[in-house]
Design a protein around this ligand. Structure first.
Ligand code: NAD
Length: 242
């Protein structure tokens, strides 16, 4: 098992379900946590308090879709912790609207947070990742990176884009010892699923802590065997169907 203590992780979407569970679990390993961006300051602060029980944790609230904020955020994080070893692109927004009602603003907002932000945040973090011996980028994609769900046209397109880019990124940077992983969950019991899938109940849903365990698996098992993407299904859904 890789020793993660003292390594620096920058995580987006830290105020939410998967982000909070991941921040807590990685802080328990002694990782230094940067919670980058959050449109709900109270939720971000709650996560910061949870993670700070175990390790150093810096919360930088703000709108991730603002390029200036991203740049400033990476500068603030690296000034405090002197580097970045792991970047987890986790923040995302869901959608539950008919295709013909999507406005250009909806389109821009969803594509921005789900795809443009990971893309350009990774560019900003890359100079620091290149200096790390354990450089890892984890993109939280979705089963909709593989399938088309009704009422989720832009969300689906954004997650296809995220997964496609993850593949290209991994192929481009593996020679520089940078690992790129994508996690594609089905329904996880967080605030998001209540918006995107109001038809689902908590019964049989994936828990955010289960996704956090997969993140830890990627980071702790850095050997010759590389899992590039992992799909994670709800227990009450037919396996092998997205
Ligand atoms: P969540 O709604 O609890 O968390 C999403 C987080 O993104 C929140 O902390 C929110 O503050 C942040 N965010 C959104 N827009 C932002 C912005 N403009 N600036 C800063 N922060 C912003 O949902 P979650 O389920 O924990 O989602 C985490 C990731 O998992 C997302 O990328 C989502 O697409 C993905 N995912 C979730 C599910 C599911 O069923 N919950 C399934 C597959 C994939």
């Amino acid at each position: 098992m890789n020793n993660l203590s003292g390594k620096v992780v920058v995580l987006t979407g830290g105020g939410g379900g998967i982000g909070r569970a991941t921040a807590e679990l990685l802080a328990k390993q002694g990782m230094k946590i940067v919670l980058l961006g959050g449109n709900n300051q109270e939720k971000l602060q709650q996560t910061q308090e949870v993670a700070a029980q175990y390790s150093d944790c810096l919360a930088i609230p703000g709108n991730l879709t603002d390029m200036g904020f991203l740049k400033q955020g990476i500068e603030t994080a690296t000034a405090r912790f002197k580097g970045v070893d792991v970047l987890i692109n986790n923040a995302g927004v869901a959608q539950n609207q008919p295709f013909e009602e999507i406005s250009p603003d909806d389109f821009e907002r969803i594509m921005a947070i789900n795809f443009r932000v990971p893309f350009f945040l990774t560019q900003l973090a890359l100079p620091y990742l290149k200096r790390s011996e354990q450089a890892t980028i984890i993109n939280v994609a979705s089963v909709v990176s593989h399938a088309g769900y009704p009422m989720q046209s832009v969300y689906t397109a954004s997650k296809h884009a995220l997964l496609g880019w993850s593949k290209s990124l991994g192929a481009e940077y593996y020679k520089e010892n940078i690992r790129v992983h994508a996690i594609s969950p089905g329904g996880v019991y967080t605030d998001m699923v209540k918006i995107s899938r109001p038809d689902l109940t908590a019964d049989g849903m994936i828990m955010p802590e289960e996704i956090a365990n997969i993140v830890l698996f990627f980071l702790a098992n850095r050997g010759n065997a590389v899992v590039d993407e992992i799909m994670v299904h709800r227990v009450n859904k037919q396996p092998f169907l997205v």
